[in-house]
Design a protein around this ligand. Sequence first.
Ligand code: UD1
Length: 419
Amino acid sequence: MEKLVVKGPTPLKGEVIISGAKNAAVAILPATLLINGICRIENLPNISDVKLYCEILEHLGAKITWHTNNDITIDTRHIDCNADIIEITRKFRASYYLIGSLLGRCGSATVGIPGGCKLGARPIDLHIKGFEALGATTNTTQGNIYATADKLVGTSIYLDIASVGATINIMLASVLAEGTTVIDNAAKEPHIVDVANFLNTMGADIRGAGTDTIKVHGVKELRGGATYSVVPDQIEAGTFMLAAVASRGDLVIKNCIPEHLEPLTAKVVEIGAHVEESGDELHVWCDKRPSKANIKTLPYPGFPTDLQPQMGVVLATADGTSIINESIWESRFQYTAELNKMGANITDQGKSALFQGVPELYGAPVNVTDLRAGAALIIAGVSAKGTTEIYNIEHIDRGYEDIEGKFRKIGANIERVEE
Ligand code: UD1
């Protein structure tokens, strides 16, 4: 077991280069199963979720060549539709994309009920509703999901909730379906656009990704033969923006798409920090104690739930009392108990939390409860006085490439040590 030891406070200064988006990568990798050919994927983040996905693809018969840690070629010409992937798919949430892609490729899929971060109930009823509307039969028993279809036929599907996972999964299942599928009330997150762009580059016909209505015109096959570069991770970029603010630092965040960060930039400016945009860079600095703010997490283009814990660290030492309303995940305030161990004064009220700003945090031993909470605790450790020991860091490695290396380069005193 490893832990991170952070000594603070350090105002973070310098440049940080953002990696490819985790949530795009874990959808693009299963999307390669729809291709009967070879494709190259660049700018993949070097994280454990990507490695696990590559293992699953190899288990299914894909041949993967690693050119670097971020750049692979995948040959999906010989897929074994009967390979047993039940146990391995249980290990992480994004394995639900294998249902859509294997339905498209093989006409059947059997996966273990997806695991992932414990953020509250994480149903996949909307995914199932979409597959069944396309003509599949599904059955959930003994912790497994079985889906089969003699033929998938395009139809209109209205999502009761603009779910990221359901939008992508229905897109995957409908790319090779007969006719046109229309997804209404689709989610609009940047990684949905990225998955659609990837599939279109490989020969699909998807229009409207990034809007409320996505139209997928089914094609006979995807041939591949192309190279695709994964979009920069807006959550990683936002994490470093908030690290600059919390530590009263000055960072240039490179290789990001500023437009994807607008909901966060607006809040960062509102609380008194500074943001300057230039091409694919954001310059963020903060020279005084931020002021309070109220936040409500919402689907894109609202304030992202995946940046809520990192924002919580900033508001923990803001001047005044702030409220965060969490509208996506019911158990996303678990990190507040850890921040309170560091001297914060936060009251978790279930769907919302009250942040009574304190002048400073101090180091303490803390536990990571989920991926983004882990990033938040690193930011807290860098900004706090004294030593913070962060346990259960495997959550962080699932989704952040070389997190301590990137923090060290901008001045943090952070080390990974064996427990
Ligand atoms: C994705 C992201 C996750 C992010 C979340 C919201 C990936 C791999 N993960 O998760 O990091 O926090 O979007 O931006 O991309 N819901 C249902 N039924 C369903 C599906 C979802 O009720 O069938 C509900 C969920 O309980 C939740 C809301 O819809 O309250 C949004 O979930 P969704 O957008 O699907 O999140 P994920 O795709 O799981």
